[in-house]
Design a protein around this ligand. Structure first.
Ligand code: ZN
Length: 550
């Protein structure tokens, strides 16, 4: 697939940079050029990186209340929210320790603290056979340890235009993504440094029309992607940066046009110092491009990029397994959640761990299941730990006897809506740079970005999902699709029947994924939904659940 596109890219003609300048200058929202009498064409300088910037406590209508949990007090949303806070705190500790790639990445102490925390909660829940196992990485881990993204100042941009560091910049991954990409040769030195200084070419959303007539060769291509509703499935973030590098771009900067100045970890760009950029830094950069083009100095506008990548060998993550025994040991149920995260990872996936702990306490303290119920903390899928491959390897008897598996994957997000209504009057809201912008408003309901994926999705599984969704007022899913990715992949391949509710919102894989975006009512609603689904399946056999499976 990428070959075909790369072929087209190679055919791009070398066009005078004036065409890029013309395209940028012609954008309808661009205000008339200011004389470069002040530094940086008179543009306000962007601030530091931010977390999410919406006040989720200011909802116009109160949060829709989840069904009561009188019979299951462990599933109270406010209790689960405390687990979310505790787990997010491990990420903040990593940031406080000075780690620029912060979060709960597998192979770090912060991931192990997370696993140990859940293990302690499993003990309190009365789980048995709790085992924490080391999981060796399947390859080299490539994590950026330091970086700089600097827009280089010149007098042509206005007197006093000194260098501007874009502080939300966050490196893209160094592992190939997407189908058909060659495996990476991993004979790497312990540390790699990548650096590029080059002029810019703005390529918008990177569609064929955006790229038409643009020469990216030797330049830093600047892409812009909007959350719609997130970047989870975004081709422009997952695949396009590498295609632009393959087409000769020196590097790629991708602006994530979301409120605030978020750090974003997404995308893949092997052996080039590519970065995601937060909304405020991105708008400053776009306006600098527009003003420089209008002043005929676009060719002089340069970014200096550098990235230090640590290539770690011999790292390991942890798999944690505990059990609530039933009376029937011949078949089993599995609940799982991944422990690793980028940034605070409150929704992805402290929320999943919170539901895992709450359900462990629910079943471990009296609501005994009929079948053995396993609780699994996966080492994760952001590093090469193989997700649940280690579960399949260390517990080979589980999946062939599995009735049903639920992977708890970012489940607690409160809804936010990109409003087109400007409370100050008709017409869109405008940013501090004078551009039209959406106002993201919190709403009184769960995040709508839910998709249930699973396999095999038999008639029994679908009707059980529908029944549980009705009783639990579960808002999602917007769709139910067959697929077994991430934590579900290895277990389904080994014979399990599983589902997960991958909810992605605009904070996904960003520094905006904070506890404030997770709602107690949402957690409670989703936990009740999963309890009902699990109880339903517990009364069936493996054969009944998989009847009709292809
Ligand atoms: Zn996740």
């Amino acid at each position: 697939m990428w070959r075909r596109i790369a072929g087209v890219a190679a055919a791009w003609l070398v066009v005078a940079a004036a065409s890029a300048a013309l395209a940028a200058g012609a954008a309808p929202e661009t205000p008339p050029p200011a004389p470069a009498a002040a530094a940086w064409f008179g543009l306000p300088l962007p601030g530091p990186a931010t977390e999410q910037t919406i006040d989720f406590s200011q909802v116009d209508l109160p949060m829709i209340v989840a069904p009561a949990v009188a019979d299951a007090p462990e599933l109270e949303g406010r209790k689960m929210l405390r687990y979310v806070e505790d787990v997010a705190a491990f990420s903040y500790a990593s940031r406080a320790a000075g780690e620029r790639s912060w979060g709960r990445l597998a192979g770090t102490p912060w991931a192990e603290h997370t696993v140990d925390y859940v293990a302690e909660e499993f003990r309190k829940a009365g789980l048995v056979d709790i085992v924490k196992s080391e999981v060796p990485f399947l390859g080299i881990d490539r994590t950026a340890s330091d970086w700089h993204v600097t827009l280089l100042g010149l007098p042509e941009f206005g007197p006093g235009s000194t260098n501007v560091e874009l502080r939300s910049a966050f490196p893209m991954g160094q592992r190939p993504e997407g189908p058909g990409l060659p495996a990476k040769d991993e004979t790497l030195p312990p540390v790699t440094t990548l650096a590029v200084t080059a002029p810019l070419v703005y390529v918008g959303a990177g569609t064929p029309a955006d790229l038409a007539g643009k020469n990216v060769s030797g330049k830093i291509a600047v892409l812009r992607v909007e959350p719609a509703p997130a970047i989870f499935y975004s081709n422009a973030a997952r695949v396009l940066p590498q295609q632009l590098i393959n087409a000769g771009a020196a590097s790629v900067i991708e602006i994530y046009a979301a409120p605030g100045n978020l750090q974003v970890h997404f995308g893949s760009c092997v052996d080039a110092p590519c970065f995601m950029l937060g909304g405020e830094d991105g708008e400053f950069l776009m306006m600098a491009i527009a003003r420089a083009a209008a002043a005929n100095v676009l060719e002089k506008l340069q970014l200096s990029l550098s990235q230090t990548i640590v290539n770690s060998r011999g790292l390991h993550g942890y798999l944690l397994v505990g059990k609530v025994p039933g009376n029937n040991h011949a078949e089993n149920l599995i609940l799982s959640a991944h422990s690793d995260a980028w940034f605070a990872g409150a929704n992805d996936n402290a929320s999943g761990l919170a539901a895992l702990i709450a359900l462990a306490k629910h079943y471990g303290r009296g609501h005994r299941p009929l079948h053995d119920l396993y609780f699994v903390v996966s080492p994760g899928h952001h590093s090469p730990t193989g997700a649940t491959q280690s579960l399949v390897k260390l517990y080979p008897q589980l999946c062939p006897a599995n009735i049903f598996t639920i992977n708890l994957e970012h489940i607690g997000g409160q809804g936010a809506y990109p409003s087109t209504f400007n409370p100050k009057g008709m017409g869109p809201s405008t940013s501090r740079y004078g551009n039209a912008e959406f106002l993201y408003e919190p709403v009184n309901w769960d995040s709508p970005g839910r998709e249930i994926m699973g396999a095999p999705l038999t008639a029994t599984v679908k009707s059980a999902l529908a029944e549980a969704a009705q009783h639990a007022q579960f808002t999602g899913p917007s769709r139910i699709a067959t697929g077994a990715i991430a934590e579900l992949g290895p277990v389904v391949a080994a014979g399990a029947t599983g589902v997960q509710d991958v909810e992605v919102n605009i904070w996904y894989h960003t520094s905006g994924d904070t506890v404030a975006t997770v709602a107690a009512q949402t957690l409670q609603r989703v936990a009740i939904f999963y309890r009902e689904l699990l109880d339903h399946m517990d009364h069936l056999s493996r054969a009944a659940v998989r009847a009709g499976a292809q």
